[in-house]
Design a protein around this ligand. Structure first.
Ligand code: AMP
Length: 207
């Protein structure tokens, strides 16, 4: 698909899972700011060192750092893509508007209690960034990624205390983007609860 999409929605709303399916089944290129930042932290780059303190506390990495990172990545893209976890502030959304015309902002709507349960039971692959849920989407072999056989891990910010902080940060900083994109006529609201494949079908038919 040749569309330019941003995925909105609180942490745990399924952005990563749905972006992964859109990549695998619809041929989108997926850019996840969280994955890129975690990679920078693992590689101990200058950006990674600066970003780590904000990520560990459940806060947002400063706009200048994230925008710099995304500018570099977006410049190298041709054709359609999904941005997963970007923009997360109005300033980031304005940056995107300056450099391109988006096709849609897909907002995944999920209840708070459900979000906490999803995040604390999430397991992630450090190698290929696939995401699992211990109950809803368990890997075929416990603790092992179905796609690349790497050992799965629990993200350090997926503990209950940090999750609650991330939800607060989402409400204060990212929630306003729903109105921002609604006013521009770009918002697509998707019911984000229920079967993962049903949610994927809803997104697919909305595009
Ligand atoms: P995620 O994997 O999308 O849940 O992101 C994990 C963490 O990375 C967030 O809690 C933030 O600390 C940071 N992060 C990811 N995307 C952004 C962004 N667009 N702006 C600022 N910080 C971000």
């Amino acid at each position: 698909m040749d569309k330019k999409i941003v995925l909105l929605g609180p942490p745990g709303s399924g952005k990563g899972t749905q972006a992964e399916m859109m990549e695998d089944e619809l041929g989108f290129v997926r850019l996840s700011t969280g994955d890129l930042l975690r990679e920078a932290v693992r590689n101990q780059t200058e950006l990674g060192k600066q970003a780590k303190v904000f990520m560990d506390s459940g806060g947002l990495v400063p706009n200048e750092l994230v925008i710099g990172l995304m500018k570099e990545k977006i410049d190298g893209l041709k054709g359609g893509f999904i941005l997963d976890g970007f923009p997360r502030t109005v300033q980031q959304a304005e940056f995107l508007d300056d450099i391109m015309e988006l096709d849609a902002a897909v907002n995944l709507d999920v209840d708070d209690d459900e979000l906490v349960s999803r995040l604390t039971k999430r397991r992630s692959c450090p190698q290929c960034n696939a995401v699992y849920h211990l109950l809803y989407k368990p890997p075929q072999k416990e603790g092992v990624c179905d796609k690349c056989s790497s050992a799965l891990y629990q993200r350090s910010d997926d503990t209950e205390e940090t999750v609650r902080q991330r939800l607060k940060v989402y409400r204060d900083n990212t929630f306003p983007l729903i109105e921002y994109y609604r006013k521009k006529g770009k918002l697509v609201d998707i019911e984000g609860e229920g079967d993962i494949r049903d949610i994927f079908q809803r997104i697919k038919s909305s595009l």
